[in-house]
Design a protein around this ligand. Structure first.
Ligand code: ATP
Length: 274
């Protein structure tokens, strides 16, 4: 089975330097960093620090990246798991994984728990019939998550960040006060933001003076940050394959062609008329 455990404590050293665009979302997560770094500033006045924050946005817009950057900026451990791992598991396994994850995290507080694809366990119960996998398992995993969220003390130093691209599917129980009561929205990048994202991903790449970042940004409407990262890497692979010393504009154009063709294929698969 694909019951592999990817709850882990990893620090890739991601910080805000690695995140481009997303200015509003970055401002909002700065508050979370403050909660982790200086909890007493808030608690001395009797404030309760939020336990759960949901990051909502289309695929590849940087939800995971931003969650890691919060941990990196706050210099706290990052524990993560993906909701989709539980879909094919036996009943009880998901719940015990959730329990373990929170136990580990509490021992390392202050820290971040990140739950990717929370919609795969936390979709509203009425809708579950439309999805594959065991509903019992999903529900027991969801219930355990709710229990953990309610059970750990406010101001325990654990903040749970969760990501979804479809907030409207989430079970309202998840969104109640004291659980995931804050939402941060991430959007696809605009022209200016794409330029900033290109600059981040060009950093490690050896490219020549034919590269014009604003041209690349203009060529990529509708691209996510992940798509842009992919373009930069593909261009470098193309140049390397022809044993060049530097990546040129033409390598980027070839990479763009390839990636746009790939994206078109993907959108054909999900278009019902095709
Ligand atoms: P999914 O919903 O598919 O899980 P996601 O929103 O979690 O996607 P990430 O996994 O964070 O997206 O993004 C994938 C990669 O794309 C990142 O590791 C990073 O390289 C790049 N990326 C995405 N958004 C940005 C951004 N705003 N700035 C810089 N790089 C970005």
């Amino acid at each position: 089975s694909k019951a592999t455990l990817t709850e882990h404590q990893d620090k890739d050293g991601v910080t805000f330097r690695d995140v481009a665009g997303l200015e509003e979302a970055q401002m909002e997560v700065k508050e979370v960093i403050d909660f982790l770094k200086n909890p007493e500033t808030f608690t001395r006045l009797g404030a309760k620090i939020p336990k759960g924050v949901i990051l909502v946005g289309p695929p590849g817009t940087g939800k995971t990246l931003l969650a890691k950057a919060v941990a990196g900026e706050a210099e706290v451990p990052f524990f993560s798991m993906s909701g989709s791992e539980f879909v094919e598991m036996f009943v009880g396994v998901g719940a015990s994984r959730v329990r373990d994850l929170f136990k580990q995290a509490k021992a390392k507080a202050p820290c971040i728990i990140f739950i990717d694809e929370i919609d795969s366990i936390g979709q509203s119960r009425g809708r579950s019939a439309y999805f594959q996998g065991s509903n019992d398992e999903r529900e027991s995993t969801l219930n355990q998550l709710l229990t953990e969220m309610d059970g750990f003390e406010t101001n325990s130093g654990v903040i749970v960040l969760a990501a979804t691209n479809r907030a409207e599917l989430l079970d309202p129980a998840l969104l109640r006060p004291g659980r995931f009561d804050r939402h941060i929205y991430l959007e696809l990048p605009n022209l200016h933001e794409r330029e900033a994202i290109f600059k981040v991903h060009l950093r490690p790449i050896k490219y020549d003076e034919s590269i014009d970042v604003s041209f690349l940004a203009a060529q990529t409407p509708g691209f996510s940050g992940a798509d842009i990262a992919n373009v930069c890497n593909e261009a470098a692979l193309i140049a390397a394959r022809s044993k060049k010393e530097q990546v040129s504009r033409q390598d980027f154009l070839d990479a763009l062609d390839r990636i746009i063709a790939g994206l078109e294929k993907k959108s054909k698969i999900i278009t019902p008329e095709e």
